[in-house]
Design a protein around this ligand. Structure first.
Ligand code: ZN
Length: 127
C-alpha cells in the first residue's frame, strides 16, 4: 500500500497517526461506552503525544458533525437519485445506522482531528 493510503487506513482503523502501529484508544471495544474516550498519553511505539493540550479534542466535534452530515446526505442523496423518493422507513434505517455507529464516528473523529494536527500542524522536534 502506498504511503498516503496506508496513512489514511491508519486513521480509519484508529491507529497512531505518526507511526501507524499502536492503537489510539486504550480499550479497542466500541461498545464499552465508559472507556470510549480513554487514550494513552503517548504512543508506546513512537512517543507521539496523544494529549496535545487541554481540551484538544473539542475540535473533533466539528469533524464529527462533518462526517455524520456527509454520511446522511450521501445516503439520502444516493437513495433519492436511484429511486426518486425517500421513504420514511428508509430515513429511519439511515438514522438507526448513524446511531448504531455512534461510538465509531466519535473515535474516528478524534483520529482525524489528531491526524490533521500531526501531519500538518505539529512543530518538528529537535532530537
Ligand atoms: Zn506512534
Amino acid at each position: 500500500m502506498s504511503g498516503v493510503l496506508s496513512k489514511i487506513w491508519g486513521v480509519v482503523t484508529l491507529k497512531c497517526p505518526n507511526c501507524g502501529k499502536e492503537p489510539l484508544f486504550s480499550n479497542p471495544s466500541l461498545v464499552n461506552l465508559k472507556e470510549i474516550d480513554k487514550m494513552p498519553d503517548v504512543c508506546p511505539s513512537c512517543g507521539q503525544d496523544f494529549k496535545i493540550e487541554v481540551e484538544f479534542y473539542y475540535g473533533a466535534m466539528f469533524v464529527s458533525y462533518a462526517i455524520t452530515a456527509l454520511f446522511m446526505f450521501g445516503l439520502m442523496g444516493l437513495d433519492i437519485l436511484l429511486s426518486g423518493y425517500l421513504h420514511l422507513w428508509e430515513l429511519l434505517i439511515y438514522i438507526a445506522l448513524l446511531l448504531a455507529g455512534w461510538s465509531y464516528w466519535f473515535r474516528v473523529s478524534r483520529s482525524i482531528w489528531l491526524a490533521i494536527y500531526v501531519w500538518f500542524l505539529q512543530p518538528i522536534k529537535d532530537k
